[in-house]
Design a protein around this ligand. Sequence first.
Ligand code: NAD
Length: 350
Amino acid sequence: MQNFIFDQPAHRVIFGVGAIARLREEVERLGLHRPLFISTPGRSKDANKAAKDLIGMTVSVYAEAVMHVPIETIAAAREAIERHNADGLIAFGGGSAIDTSKAVGLQLGIPIVAVPTTYGGSEVTPFYGYTEDNIKKGKRDRTMLPKSVIYDPALTLSLPTKVSAPSGMNAIAHCVEGLYGRNANPVMSLLAVEGIRALARALPIVVKETENMDARADALYGAWLAGMVLGSVGMAVHHNISHVLGGTFRLPHADVHSVILPHAAAFNRDAAPEALRNVSEALGTKDAAQGLYDLELRIGAPRSLKQLGMPEDQLDRAAKLITEDPYYNPRPVDYAGIRQLLENAYWGRL
Ligand code: NAD
């Protein structure tokens, strides 16, 4: 066994169908009187509905969060908080709403209750991503962690297949890299394998029967495990590539993760054989990369950068940006290897 540092920040989770009914209790637990919901435009209706249940509190909804969290959005959210004189935040939605909340919550030193409605995992990680001058950057500080997380599968029934499938693959990506990332450790590896199992079992049902509550609960459970792995184990080449493609080329976050994941697994196949054997076993396939690629076909998740609108003439630039200051990875991250990976990912051929 390799040496490791185990560093999993503690968090409180309320999980279950109908758990959103506990929102008031969680907000009161923190002693909040003037909470502000932070959400994306698409979640505004549900956020307003949840806000109505907080009778007796002075509540407002700010539903302008956007993906990759540009610094201008953080500034606008901060203004909304100051206008409302909010004493706490309710991050309601996917990673875009939660990362925006973490950014402003940290700046202003106010607590967050998170109500995640995708499978991204940001609600249990001590960092957020943001974009500045077209570069995706990150900030880490464990004080930004939400004080409570409410996972209610019923809130994910409305998640369309085109979001469920890539978002689920984004969660699987956290688990895959958690098995070979820096500080991979036996406890997080257990969570990672269980996370892959739960998501691989649930997603094919979720995309066929979007309102199947058991499958939605299974997927959300897998997403929670994946979030813990992401928050605890350093991520590697897959996240490195996805952050550059998302931040600089404005490609949709979860979709990029979906496209890159089988290629990242193939890239690391020989350098991290045990980790990838664990992935293939969890998927019930012979080869991890092929198993991920096949799962994507089955659930209709994106498999090519071309399909996401990546300009082909920017692949050289992307490879340069990725290899300029690479993350830790079990196989050295070299220009030729990454350029080839991007070429394959562009055409969606494994
Ligand atoms: P998202 O939050 O942008 O949501 C995607 C879309 O789905 C949005 O239009 C949203 O309104 C909609 N949506 C969300 N929940 C819905 C529901 N239940 N029903 C119907 N529509 C719904 O997407 P995401 O992939 O969750 O988050 C991406 C962002 O989160 C990126 O900026 C990424 O960097 C960040 N992220 C951060 C972490 C972290 O640990 N800090 C982890 C994962 C993602």
